[in-house]
Design a protein around this ligand. Structure first.
Ligand SMILES: Cc1cc2nc3c(=O)[nH]c(=O)nc-3n(C[C@H](O)[C@H](O)[C@H](O)COP(=O)(O)O)c2cc1C
Length: 159
């Protein structure tokens, strides 16, 4: 089966994204993505979202169409949409990671590796750095499962 990866970034509409907003979003998205065999991770850094989604091309384009219309965020910008040979985020239908909640040691490490903006890790401009940031987040989630436990930490349903 041909799998694609879609990555975009956006800015949350509210200056401070409430836990309730995130929880509602995550529980709906986890269920819905599971139905479509979509896997991925949604990162929040300050008020910036960075999301990676993996699945069949038509499911991703259909989902991205809905995401672009969502009023909970703005300035939605597609970073990449490409064919891939294997998933990198197959552990979760949607894992939510708020970088603010990361343990101090990991936060310090990330802060030395990535550029910061107003105290938060900035979403990188270069595609290879975007991948690196998402894979670092994945690694931290897998090695520190207590972060935002129960938040999308489900084993992904298979595609
Ligand atoms: C940052 C962000 C990420 C989202 N990610 C997903 C997702 O991975 N899967 C999903 O089904 N909905 C996601 N949504 C919610 C969709 O935008 C949309 O509200 C949802 O799919 C329901 O669409 P509908 O009301 O047209 O049925 C996300 C919304 C935001 C703001």
């Amino acid at each position: 089966m041909c799998i694609h990866r879609l990555i975009y970034k956006s800015i949350a509409t509210d200056e401070v994204v409430s836990n309730k907003t995130l929880q509602d979003l995550e529980s709906q998205a986890t269920w819905s993505n599971g139905e479509k065999g979509i896997t991925g991770l949604l990162m929040l850094s300050g008020n910036a979202f960075l999301q990676v989604l993996e699945g069949q091309a038509h499911d991703l384009t259909e989902l991205f169409g809905r995401i672009m219309q969502d009023r909970r965020h703005q300035q939605v910008e597609l970073i990449t949409f490409e064919k891939i040979f294997e998933r990198s985020f197959s552990d979760w239908n949607l894992r939510l990671v708020d970088l603010h909640d990361m343990p101090g040691q990991q936060r310090a490490l990330m802060s030395t590796k990535y550029r910061k903006s107003e105290g938060n890790i900035a979403i990188p401009e270069e595609l290879n750095e975007v991948y690196a940031l998402l894979l670092d987040a994945r690694f931290i989630c897998l090695s520190a499962p207590w972060i935002a436990k129960d938040s999308g930490g489900n084993k992904a349903r298979s595609a």
